[in-house]
Design a protein around this ligand. Structure first.
Ligand code: SF4
Ligand code: F3S
Length: 118
């Protein structure tokens, strides 16, 4: 399951680093303005994406329940070619829209999502 203490236990990967990763050969995909918490080493290590709504990309296996059930469409698919669990992941692209209903946390079969209300 995702580590709910990720903000303490992981290091946020800065925007400059994201630009580097974007332009590198083994690139990963990032939503605009969504923080990524390392370690990140594509394609195998994709890190945790988002802060208020956080998805551990290394646990997500593209079940899709979060995309289907989120009432305010926080999530969008992004490509993660070559990741051992799945080639697409649920990016919390619109995490600022989250209404803290906790549905996504409940429906994810592998507990890849952490939502921190308040
Ligand atoms: Fe969407 Fe509710 Fe999850 Fe927030 S807690 S991302 S509103 S499903
Ligand atoms: Fe991934 Fe869980 Fe959503 S496996 S696609 S975060 S329901």
């Amino acid at each position: 399951a995702i580590d709910p203490q990720f903000e303490t236990n992981r290091e946020k990967v800065g925007e400059e680093k994201l630009d580097e990763l974007r332009s590198s050969a083994n690139q990963t995909s990032f939503g605009d303005g969504v923080a990524v918490w390392g370690p990140v080493d594509p394609p195998e290590k994709q890190g945790i994406h988002g802060t208020h709504v956080a998805v551990d990309f290394d646990i997500c296996l593209a079940d899709g329940a979060c995309l289907e059930d989120c009432p305010v469409d926080v999530f969008t698919w992004v490509d993660t070619p070559g990741h051992p669990e799945s080639d697409i992941k649920a990016e919390p692209t619109h995490e600022d829209q989250c209404i803290d209903c906790m549905l996504c946390v409940d429906v994810c079969p592998v507990d890849a999502i952490d939502v921190d209300p308040g």
